[in-house]
Design a protein around this ligand. Structure first.
Ligand code: FMN
Length: 231
């Protein structure tokens, strides 16, 4: 059965813009499911560069994500050159080292962790840092609504980042999101030279796949999805 036909039964294609209709009709719906369900984190890459036009397509997919009030609070910084990668690895490693030593971890464990972080940053052909900015978001006088507004920006940026991961997968690239920038947001913002009102969220490493590990298991749907029924 053609899945597209089933979807157009639910939502007439007439409500789509001509551009959207052309896009939807050109890609079988089943392909979108395949992309989404076969994406997995890839952490080791071939050394080959990723062409700019491929990166451009990834960011077009990223910014097609939904965002609260359509304010698009995401910002991205791409790094492909060796020397800025090294500076970033240094800055992030210094914060990781300081935090772990303050936790009382052994010198050997800490240095091994710093070295692992450094090699993941320096050996990935492409780094994509995501940031949140509140500059176009609503401002509230009370902390609770302000926190909700901030969370909306974080959710929006995570959605854009997921779009980027799925688009990378569609291109045949490997990618992995890492949360390390959350733990050293100031260091990342400073070393990258980003505006001070951008808050670092994540780092996506990208490249043509080197080592691909078996997919990670998922919890069964019965453990994570509930349907509320009338009594
Ligand atoms: C918010 C977030 C933070 C993550 N941080 C890291 C990380 O710091 N290092 C890492 O190797 N993977 C990280 N991951 C990737 C997860 O480990 C991975 O998505 C999970 O194990 C499921 O595997 P899969 O992506 O291959 O399906 C992160 C994923 C998310 C969503």
């Amino acid at each position: 059965m053609n899945h597209l036909a089933a979807i157009s039964d639910l939502k007439p294609l007439g409500v789509l813009t001509p551009w959207q209709r052309e896009t939807v009709e050109s890609v079988p719906v089943a392909d979108h499911h395949v992309f989404a369900q076969t994406r997995q984190s890839v952490r080791r890459y071939a050394p080959d560069a990723v062409e700019d036009n491929v990166l451009d397509r990834l960011f077009r997919a990223a910014v097609a994500a939904p965002s609260a009030h359509n304010r698009q609070p995401w910002r991205f910084v791409v790094v492909t050159e060796a020397s800025p990668k090294q500076r970033i690895a240094e800055a992030m490693g210094a914060k990781l080292r300081a935090d772990r030593l303050a936790d009382g971890d052994t010198h050997g464990d800490v240095e091994a962790d710093v070295a692992r972080s450094r090699s993941r940053i320096c050996e990935a052909p492409v780094l994509v840092f995501s940031f949140v900015t509140m500059e176009d978001m609503d401002a509230y006088p009370d902390a609770k609504r302000q926190a909700a507004e901030y969370q909306m920006s974080v959710q929006s940026t995570a959605m854009a980042t997921q779009n980027l991961l799925v688009a990378a997968h569609a291109e045949g690239l490997g990618a992995c999101i890492m949360c390390a920038p959350l733990f050293c947001s100031d260091a990342v913002t400073q070393v990258i030279g980003a505006p001070r009102n951008w808050t670092a969220q994540s780092l996506v490493t990208l490249g043509w796949p080197g080592i691909v590990r078996p997919p990670r298991e998922r919890l069964p749907l019965s453990a994570v999805v509930w349907q509320l029924r009338s009594e």
